[in-house]
Design a protein around this ligand. Structure first.
Ligand code: F6R
Length: 259
């Protein structure tokens, strides 16, 4: 069935709902594959965390079946836990190396990662800003929704940053499950900015689980405000949200029938 447009919400939005996390991940992987088939050297900006893990598994399986698919694809890591050693398995770089870039052999200058423990964080931000200026724009940003509405480490506040920056992490981010295995405390976040995400040619936001239902409802029905950074996606003209039934539980009936 064709994806149904969520009429009357915002013009650039396609909402797709899978029965469970696996079905959501299938829809999300299809979307990524559409992009890389159309643009073999696509630049993907990738989030880490629990939500996209199954999507990455599916993409790796597709890449193993069709070796040419990811041969030219480029990746930029959305964010990083600042202060962790580069050898710490809890880093976003380690996650993506293990779940995506490693199995698909995306490396060298096809893969831009934050250094988790830079000597000079401001310089690291300048490095990533320059990398994006040279290699961007991002073709597809694959994002997860924070329990506090953050995207990457664009945390709720009175204003948001446009470009790559050092973030003061919220208490909610510091409780993120990825950090349970961290070998030392995280000191700050390193992240692309909300402007970088809004300048992506397309955005794919994944939302899974009942604990994200309130946030998804707020994103779809609430106001655009830096207090809820994901709301800035409402200003983007090409956003696909793939969610599962549990995350869609609080949506109005007319939206919860989207497939
Ligand atoms: C991680 C990131 C974060 C997560 C968000 C949701 O790279 O960018 O913004 O996407 O915190 O995390 P999960 O998917 O673990 O619920």
């Amino acid at each position: 069935m064709l994806p149904k447009r969520a009429a009357g919400l915002w013009p650039g939005l396609t909402l797709r709902i899978g029965e469970d996390c696996d079905a959501m991940s299938r829809l999300a992987a299809e979307q990524v594959l559409r992009v890389v088939r159309a643009r073999p050297a696509a630049l993907l900006c990738l989030a880490t965390g629990a939500t996209p893990a199954r999507t990455y598994e599916r993409l790796v399986a597709a890449g193993r079946r069709h070796r040419a698919l990811f041969r030219r694809v480029r990746v930029v890591t959305l964010d990083e836990w600042g202060g962790l050693s580069t050898r710490d398995p809890a880093t976003c770089a380690a996650y993506l190396r293990q779940k995506f870039c490693g199995p698909l052999a995306i490396d060298g200058d096809r893969c831009a990662r934050w250094r988790s423990r830079p000597r000079d964080a401001a310089r690291e931000v300048r490095r990533m800003t320059a990398w994006l200026a040279e290699h961007g724009p991002i073709d597809l940003s694959v994002l997860g929704l924070g329990v506090n509405g953050h995207l990457g480490f664009n945390e709720p506040g009175s204003a948001l940053h446009d470009g790559p920056h050092v973030a003061r992490l919220s208490a909610a981010s510091l409780r993120h499950a990825m950090l349970h295995s961290a070998r030392r405390p995280v000191e700050f976040g390193l992240t692309l900015g909300i402007g970088d995400l809004c300048r992506s040619r397309a955005v794919l936001l994944l939302v899974s689980g009942a604990h994200k239902a309130k946030q998804l409802r707020r994103l779809l029905l609430g106001l655009v405000t830096p207090r809820f950074p994901a709301s800035f996606l409402r200003l983007h003209g090409a956003v696909t949200i793939c969610c599962d039934r549990a995350a869609a539980a609080l949506l109005p009936e007319e939206l919860s029938t989207c497939r």
